[in-house]
Design a binder for this molecule. Sequence first.
Ligand code: NAP
Length: 318
Amino acid sequence: MQTRTLGCSDLKVSVIGLGTMSWKDCRYGVTVAPDAMPDRAGTQEVVRVALESGINLFDTAEGYGRGMAEELLGSALQELKARDQAVIVTKVGPLFSEEQIDERTCNLTAAHIRVRCEQQLRRLKTDRIDLYLAHWPDPRTPIEETASVMNELKREGKIRWFGVSNFSNDLLGAALKHVPVAVSQLPYSMIDRQIEADRRPFCLAHKVGIMAYSPLGKGMLTGKYTADHLPPADDYRHQRPHFAKENLAKHLALAQRIRETAQELGVTPTQLVLAWTVAQPGITVTIPGARTLEQVRDNAGGGKLTLTPEILARFAPA
Ligand SMILES: NC(=O)c1ccc[n+]([C@@H]2O[C@H](COP(=O)([O-])OP(=O)(O)OC[C@H]3O[C@@H](n4cnc5c(N)ncnc54)[C@H](OP(=O)(O)O)[C@@H]3O)[C@@H](O)[C@H]2O)c1
């Protein structure tokens, strides 16, 4: 597994991480039903196999299953006695339904972050968060206030590094004046290349690492979906651009090209896609979501693969 250092931090991580949002009961903003039985044993196995496969980067958020993903990740690392092997990334800020006041959807005030950070440390069963991200911008709170509380949490040892997610260049630039920003977590994949035009050049110029999320196009690029075999009709992905009706033919054609090249190289489509992702300029690491042991092992394989310039060029922008 290739490793890299995250931006200005001293965090050495595997180029392929593990996203926890696709675990059972861990969807973004979804509250777990009171009678739900979280799959503790299953997620522990997923974490164990990830570590065994060379993955040390784990991405979660308070918003995933409203704390459930943090809880499951913390329990797994505790049971496996593997806290020190892992780099934990978690995020703070989003407000859901009953928490929202005055239509504010994200709260990055110092008071809110202080309370949430303590809750997150408890759920994660640790005394420190390795990388703490502001999940979404909060236009109502001056970035100086957020940066100031992050600097305090760093001095207290509760977080090691600060990062941002889904921030514009202007807001990231403003944050950089007050606090070191190790990483910007942004959507990026072969079918979602918007950041190439603006946010990637900015991160490169300011030496901020990019952590690419949804690198598999939410499953679209894994090669397993075809026109006759799509996620179930009630799956939320049909509402996302990756699987939206108007994009389907174009994305399935790309998936077919990925399958063909992967077959030629003797690798899986997912490994090809992940190796391509971390070979792109400015992309430091990527965090595919994985639900099963097979998916984790497969994804980890992408971090051991180096693609030739000729193969990389096959998937250059049209
Ligand atoms: N900062 C943010 O705002 C933000 C937003 C979104 C995501 N994220 C982070 O990024 C992570 C990944 O994003 P994502 O879950 O949206 O999309 P993704 O990584 O592009 O796709 C994940 C999905 O692909 C399928 N899959 C994964 N590995 C596979 C394999 N080897 N073979 C076949 N299928 C495979 C699984 O779904 P099926 O098996 O059901 O098809 C899985 O749920 C999240 O877990 C989260 O940590 C952050």
